[in-house]
Ligand binder design. Structure first.
Ligand SMILES: [Zn+2]
Length: 227
């Protein structure tokens, strides 16, 4: 009797293991199979690559006791990252802050060359200079007429820092090396000049509203509302 019981238990255990194994196998195979219905209904998220200007040995502009590269990476980047996590319909990533995209591109033939052509690149910079017009920001655009995204980005600058009086929001330029490698490959981009690092008032406003600027920039880029 005892022997029979052991045999029965053993059989039951073995079949349980077998069933579990089969179910597992089926699950694995099922997950490997493409599911056309799901694939069709889910739109792939658009990828935005955010690039902090300069870095990797190039400090960029100097002013108000800091550099463009340091300020953008140490102060602005963490805030952008925080809000980038909140968006649902886009994928926002950041170019390695230890690297300089221009150097990677022009010296090593990597950087911009490695970017997928469907990606949109947004570059952040701070301006430098002296004189009457050395304040306010603008957006460097990749087509003669600003896109809706460019307009939203310029609006953020206008709201928190003010626009540069010489550009009225936009500057269409075809002589920038970091932009041209993207332009030639047909990659969409905007370059945001957030304001002048050399101007006391600009720099104060940027610091005061840095969190709001980051949030509004992520919203402007992705055209999503973050709560
Ligand atoms: Zn710069």
């Amino acid at each position: 009797m005892k022997k029979l019981r052991i045999v029965v238990i053993t059989c039951l255990t073995l079949s349980a293991i077998l069933i579990t194994g089969l179910t597992y196998k089926q699950t694995i195979f099922a997950s490997q199979k493409p599911e056309p219905n799901i694939t069709k209904s889910v739109k792939p998220k658009h990828h935005y690559l955010l690039v902090m200007g300069h870095g990797a040995g190039d400090p960029g502009a100097h002013g108000n006791g800091t550099t463009e590269a340091h300020f953008l990476r140490a102060k602005f980047l963490p805030k952008l990252r925080k809000y980038a996590k909140e968006v649902k319909n886009s994928r926002v990533t950041f170019y390695n802050p230890k690297h300089d995209i221009v150097r990677d591109t022009l010296v090593f033939h990597k950087g911009s060359y490695k970017i997928n052509k469907k990606t949109t690149v947004i570059m952040f910079h701070l301006d430098a200079g002296g004189g009457t017009y050395a304040h306010g920001g603008h957006v460097i655009i990749h087509r003669p007429i600003p896109t809706k995204r460019d307009r939203r980005l310029a609006h953020v600058i206008k709201k928190y820092v003010g626009l540069n009086p010489a550009y009225h929001g936009y500057s269409y330029r075809t002589n920038l090396r970091n932009c041209n490698v993207l332009r030639r490959r047909g990659i969409d981009y905007s370059l945001v000049e957030m304001g002048f690092i050399t101007n006391k008032h600009d720099f104060k406003k940027i610091n005061q509203h840095l969190d709001q600027i980051a949030k509004n920039d992520i919203e402007a880029i992705t055209h999503e509302t973050i709560k």
